[in-house]
Design a protein around this ligand. Structure first.
Ligand code: IMP
Length: 420
């Protein structure tokens, strides 16, 4: 049986913490898409960890962690992560499994990412510059290299062939680079990774499922960054929705049981692209400051705005969400009014459907305004103890979207969680 946990907005919904809280119920945690563009933050025992490629179950000793075939891996980044987790006392040789079929991010992919963003100028996507898009392009273009290839005696030859094409591309974009600065660390990291379990993960995961083990598939980024359903082209290069768990792990759709959908009590976005409820004003500044809304991977300030129900309903529909989890509710304490957008006005037409040309038109959100609350929510552990003003807000959200919110997170620590 496989449950899926994923973000319903533009990423940064607090998935790392939630996976960490859910993990004790699971035997396996598996990442199915994305790569080191993700930054999943976990906090416990007063310590903070950011995971980019390693699944968030790594700090639970009993848990098997699988990096699935749908993930793209930068060996340099993965080595750093492994070293940090090892320092924290985790035995990764025992409980980290890497799919042979996961694609490799080469140093040239990172350079091509930077060159292509620079070439786009003001139309840039705002990529994390981790080489994600060029790597997935090579995967779909059938010229990528995979983790399994590092065990091939011809690996250097294969690398050279791929890098040569990338170098031509970089030259055509007039991009200045010095590959010699990056290659030694890459090959060192490739050697380092060979000591971990590089496996046929689709067999392993299906075998574990058939033995009755419980698997949690951990999504990265968010539904509104999905390559098909996000605000294209301002998206990432993988399927971030539930369907991505099937292709990114090699599991059949009927294996999927629960789908946990995570949303923040307000919205944020990093990088370019449409954001209907964005607040470019004092409210936005306050949300950024109180919510510490700076990228876990890049440190960039996140754009901030009010909760947007049309996008949330869209995400719930695409993912078949069975259980909703609301994070960062504590951040809304201290606002006189809390606003929620439940419809859009597009050229006088009232709708809650996302238009195809969202990037090119003016979308005016229609807001419901709720009285705010001043109480600090971080110490509250029971739903009944939350302020009535908060409950009014949550009742409205649940009624509008038609799914109950089962977990409310009121702070970054594992303990700061209300289970209903
Ligand atoms: P890329 O995935 O690095 O190519 O970036 C494409 C877009 O997705 C950019 O707007 C990024 O800021 C955004 N993005 C990628 N990964 C994340 C994430 O984990 N959280 C939030 N935004 C992300």
């Amino acid at each position: 049986m496989v449950d899926v946990v994923l973000g319903l907005q533009w990423g940064d919904e607090g998935k790392g913490k939630i996976v960490d809280v859910l993990t004790p119920k699971y035997d396996v945690v598996a990442r199915f898409q994305g790569g080191p563009n993700a930054g999943h933050s976990l906090e416990f025992n007063g310590k903070k960890f950011v995971l980019n490629t390693i699944p968030s179950g790594i700090f639970h000793e009993h848990c098997i962690n699988i990096i699935g075939n749908g993930v793209v891996i930068d060996p340099v980044q993965l080595k750093k992560e492994i070293e940090k987790a090892t320092e924290a006392g985790v035995d990764l040789k025992k409980n980290l499994f890497i799919s042979q079929k996961a694609h490799l991010i080469l140093p040239t992919h990172r350079l091509v990412d930077a060159a292509s963003e620079a070439h786009k100028g003001e139309h840039k996507i705002g990529s994390t510059l981790r080489g994600i898009s060029p790597t997935y392009q090579d995967k779909i273009g059938r010229s990528g290299l995979r983790i399994g290839d590092i065990l091939n005696p011809n690996f250097k030859h294969k690398y050279e062939a791929a890098a040569q094409i990338h170098r031509k591309l970089l030259d055509s974009l007039n991009f200045n680079y010095n590959l010699a600065e990056h290659e030694p660390a890459f090959f060192e990291a490739v050697e380092f990774i060979k000591q971990f379990k590089i496996i046929n993960s689709e067999y392993v995961i299906n075998d574990l499922i058939s033995k009755g083990k419980k698997v949690l598939a951990e999504g990265a980024q968010g539904t509104l960054l999905d390559i098909d359903f996000g605000s294209y082209p301002f998206v990432t290069s993988s399927n971030t929705i539930t369907g991505g768990a099937c292709t990114g792990l090699g599991i059949a759709p009927q294996q999927i049981n629960k789908v946990y959908g995570i949303f923040k009590a307000y919205c944020t976005r990093v990088g370019s692209g449409p954001f209907p409820t964005e607040q470019i004003n004092e409210t936005g500044e306050k949300l950024r400051k109180l919510g510490h809304e700076f990228g876990a991977t890049t440190g960039r300030p996140r754009r901030t705005g009010w909760l947007d129900l049309p996008t949330l309903k869209y995400s719930i529909m695409l993912n078949g969400v069975t259980d909703l989890i609301c994070t960062k509710s504590d951040v809304l304490s201290g606002f006189d009014d809390v606003l929620v957008c439940n419809q859009y006005n597009i050229d006088g037409q009232i709708t809650s459907e996302l238009p195809f040309n969202l990037n090119d038109i003016q979308v005016n959100p229609i807001y419901q305004t709720f009285n705010g609350w001043n109480e600090d929510l971080t110490k509250i552990r029971k739903y009944a103890d939350l302020p009535d003003t908060f409950k009014n807000y949550m009742d409205f959200v649940e009624k509008e979207i038609g799914v109950g919110v089962g977990v409310i997170s009121v702070g970054p620590d594992r303990e700061e969680t209300i289970m209903r």
